[in-house]
Design a binder for this molecule. Structure first.
Ligand code: ADP
Ligand code: MG
Length: 403
């Protein structure tokens, strides 16, 4: 990974630079951007290139269009970007397509320090197929390739992977956001400062078992909560009432626990739980893990478990957290998740949060600034900590192909 070239080590002055960004922002029904975090996250790379006098062309996907889908246009994103870059950048030149004569003209007419934005990359059917012809025609427009879209680095598409090989190794590199993600997420896998506490919650064992398995190889202790913990508790023979669990994952859960025991990795499952008759109940009550009523369900870790998790998190040198500890979207079942979020914020070690819903919980609690690294890539961060090689990262170091 150390072989990743930084955008700041590339010679970009006067060059046409393609930057794959992740501008896949949430929008309301009228197309207004409801959260511009992802746009802001790309600004350091864009501003660096502008200051170096590059001719910057940005490309991103937005949503899941089927061909040229007018309501999934980059126009509102271009407008927001223009506001964020003003007055350093006078305007964002908007292309109304991804490739073609119009795009070529915009790109070739750019002057040093100017910025253009391509239309939604997924308007081109070849993008998600990593179509070679599309990769080639995109690459042909540019002299330098930069990837700063960590959130899509786990996808092998033209813009995230296929294009990269058409640039010599000194003409392609990683943007600051992607580098930061790789730096912090790598710290969770190698030479980790101990005690190293891994907290995993969320909906399903099937989503998270690979993360658990890979991190258990390095963690000092693994704390498990959320609906996922129900499956582990059921695997230990506990009666879980009406709790959400995966009956077909009991063996997987049991094997994980046995392996951890053999390898002396401490695993802590909830020893008390907040239960209620339904997910719509307006209050819950704490019970011991052995006392889940047959007609109720576990919707959060209990207060004693939350205190234990919090004290371990605070004492750790490194913490990784993924997955809410309960049905945190509902107030009566959010205490465990917010207790973990606060403990993360209070911990003096390196703290990293990854995963869509866990990151949302941290922002809702207003604690983003107190966490060392809040990962912007949901699926990509999980695949990274699973130990997988992300195609978008691998593409930056693969051998060059003839244009
Ligand atoms: P992340 O996006 O952080 O990776 P997941 O998508 O795996 O997390 O899980 C988040 C979802 O799991 C949330 O919608 C949350 O309400 C739900 N959840 C967590 N614990 C429970 C539980 N005990 N019962 C029902 N749903 C739960
Ligand atoms: Mg999720």
């Amino acid at each position: 990974m150390s072989s990743l070239r930084k955008v700041s080590d590339l010679d970009v002055a006067g060059k046409r630079v393609f930057v794959r960004v992740d501008f896949n922002v949430p929008q309301d029904s009228r197309g207004a951007i409801t959260d511009d975090t992802r746009i802001r996250a790309a600004l350091p790379t864009i501003l660096h290139l502008v200051e170096q006098g590059a001719r910057v062309v940005l490309g991103s996907h937005l949503g899941r269009p089927k061909g040229k889908t007018p309501n999934l246009t980059m126009l509102p994103i271009g407008e927001r970007l223009a506001e964020l870059l003003a007055p350093k950048v006078a305007e964002i030149k908007l292309c109304d397509e991804v490739v073609g004569d119009g795009v070529r003209k915009v790109v070739m007419d750019l002057r040093n320090g100017e910025v253009a934005l391509l239309e939604n990359l997924r308007w081109e059917p070849g993008e998600e197929k990593n179509d070679e012809a599309l990769s080639k025609s995109l690459a042909a427009l540019f002299e330098v390739y930069v990837n700063d879209a960590f959130g899509t680095a786990h996808r092998a598409h033209c813009s995230t992977a296929g294009m990269a090989k058409y640039f010599p190794s000194d003409r392609r590199g990683a943007g600051f956001l992607l580098l930061r993600e790789v730096e912090f997420l790598s710290r969770l896998l190698h030479n980790v400062e101990r005690p190293y506490v891994v907290v995993v919650g969320g909906a399903k064992v099937s989503d998270k078992i690979s993360v658990l398995t890979n991190l258990a190889k390095v963690a000092s202790s693994v704390l498990i909560g959320g609906a996922m913990a129900n499956t582990f508790l059921a695997a230990q023979g506990k009666a879980m009432g009406k709790s959400k669990l995966e009956a077909d994952k009991l063996t997987v859960a049991k094997q994980f626990l046995e392996r951890c025991k053999k390898e002396q990795v401490e695993v802590i499952l909830p020893f008390d739980l907040v239960v209620a008759p339904t997910v719509d109940s307006t209050e819950g009550r704490a019970v011991e893990v052995d006392a889940v009523p047959a007609d109720e369900m576990a919707l959060d870790i209990g207060p004693a478990t939350a205190r234990e998790f919090a004290s371990r998190i605070k004492a750790a040198k490194t913490v990784f957290w993924n997955g809410p500890l309960g049905l945190f979207e509902k107030k009566p079942f959010s205490d465990g998740t917010f207790a973990v979020a606060r403990a993360m914020a209070a911990c003096e070690g390196t703290t990293v949060v990854g995963g869509g819903d866990s990151v949302a919980a941290v922002s809702e609690a207003g604690l983003d600034q107190n966490i060392t690294h809040v990962s912007t890539g949901g699926g990509a961060s999980l695949e990274f900590v699973e130990g997988q090689t992300l195609p978008g990262i691998a593409a930056l170091t693969e051998p060059e192909a003839a244009r």
